[in-house]
Design a protein around this ligand. Structure first.
Ligand SMILES: [Mn+2]
Length: 432
């Protein structure tokens, strides 16, 4: 039984070979150059912040990047290799993907820190710390980096806060409903519950955030601040506001978020997200972005009220379709709307967004285990890909209740996308 967070991290170290290897490697990198790629979503950025603060303390020369694609490509590694000639490459919150194994012929040490289910099986040449292998664990990248930093006794209450925001943004905890998975329970009890009590308290007089789906009448400051991180980073969906405002023209949002929060600052008990923004060194630009985020959110909510239709009601399952063009924040607003529309019955919403360059984004959300949306999205992508030579334009997959399919550059038209979506949907409905 782990009694303290220190016991917990030591147990992780004892039982996880990947973590041991990283723990042994880091001190050897003192005075050397390394490069780190993080996911560009709030969890990836908070992971990057905690990791950079750790490597600074260990006197490692760490260059971080937040590219706009999830999977790291060989080309990206080749580019940074020429510029930085790093001793080690760290890939954080960007999947545990077999192709990373081959990066070892470019850089001496390749390290993956991640919590997604693995893709592929060959990881023998690289170091992998992923507690979701072999069995799924609900956690966040930020927490894994926090565990690593804590092994070096290098975390402060500020790192605890940053870690908590990453967890919240990745839906790894929901303190308002006392939903804390076992893996993070000791951390939460020791480092969060009392210290950040003011972030967790129920509030009824604030705007409901994207995290306040079950009950829009209650929220907490953690949800408010986490939503701000989502808005500032672009949420990993590249919701960027460069074209909205001259002042934002050259802003790289994930990088802006990293730069805003890398330096520790005092966190007094505040009452609103605006008071929180006032504490930041980049408060003007953060405020502008947040304002555009809120504005887009309201616009999209209104669109869902007019553009969502019930297309089938079958064996007690409601199927909704939503159609939009250049709609921002569609998956998040859709999750919220599904909760309202379902009215406690089993439901699925499939959202179709027509995007620039004749790209199509299909986003699927549901609350029934009778339709596996991850399978639907991957079947859809596979079917559409089967007619193409270039298989990089269409990708799809996800979890039972949430999935995405992206069709880039007119690789398929909306008619085919609709046809096969309906085909695979009916297949699942009928075999149930
Ligand atoms: Mn993550």
């Amino acid at each position: 039984m782990n009694k303290t967070y220190k016991d917990f991290i030591n147990k992780q170290l004892e039982t996880n070979t990947g973590l041991q290897q990283i723990y042994n490697l880091l001190p050897k990198l003192k005075g050397k150059k390394i490069v780190t790629f993080c996911h560009d979503d709030p969890d990836g950025v908070t992971s990057g912040i905690i990791f950079k603060r750790l490597t600074d303390k260990l006197e490692i020369n760490n260059h971080l990047f937040f590219p706009y694609t999830f999977q790291l490509s060989r080309e990206e590694v080749e580019n940074i290799k020429d510029i930085y000639t790093p001793k080690a490459l760290f890939i954080i919150d960007k999947g545990t993907i077999e192709t990373y194994n081959s990066f070892i012929d470019l850089i001496e040490h390749v390290v993956v820190i991640d919590h997604h289910p693995k893709i592929g099986n060959q990881f023998d040449k690289i170091i992998v710390y992923n507690p979701a292998i072999p069995k799924y664990v609900r956690t966040s990248g930020s927490f894994l980096v926090h565990i690593l930093a804590s092994l070096f006794d290098a975390t402060t209450p500020y790192d605890d806060f940053i870690c908590l925001v990453g967890m919240k943004c990745d839906w790894a905890v929901d303190p308002l409903y006392d939903d804390i998975p076992e893996f993070s329970q000791i951390f939460f009890n020791e480092r969060v519950r009392e210290q950040y009590n003011w972030l967790l308290q129920k509030r009824i007089n604030l705007r409901p955030t994207m995290f306040d789906i079950k009950n829009p009448n209650q929220t907490c400051l953690l949800n408010q601040i986490s939503e701000l991180f989502f808005g500032v980073t672009g949420g990993g969906f590249q919701y960027f506001y460069n074209s909205y405002d001259e002042r934002l023209k050259y802003i790289d949002q994930p990088k802006l978020c990293f730069e805003t929060f890398i330096q520790e600052f005092p966190l007094p008990k505040i009452n609103t997200v605006d008071e929180f923004i006032d504490l930041l060194n980049n408060k003007e630009v953060v405020h502008i972005i947040y304002k555009y985020f809120l504005n887009d959110w309201d616009k999209t909510e209104n669109l869902f009220d007019t553009n969502t239709m019930l297309v089938k009601y079958y064996k007690g399952i409601k199927i909704f379709f939503f159609f939009g063009k250049d709609v921002k924040l569609m998956p998040m607003v859709g999750s919220k709307k599904l909760y309202q529309l379902s009215d406690n019955s089993e439901s699925v919403i499939i959202m179709f967004n027509s995007e620039p360059n004749n790209s199509i984004h299909v986003s699927l959300r549901g609350n029934t285990n009778k339709i596996h949306l991850g399978h639907l999205a991957s079947s859809l992508a596979e079917q559409l890909n089967s007619q193409l030579n270039d298989k990089t334009k269409i990708s799809g997959g996800g979890h039972p209740f949430a999935a995405e399919c992206k069709i880039k550059d007119a690789a398929a038209d909306l008619m085919s996308v609709l046809k096969y979506t309906i085909h695979f949907l009916e297949q699942q409905l009928n075999t149930e």
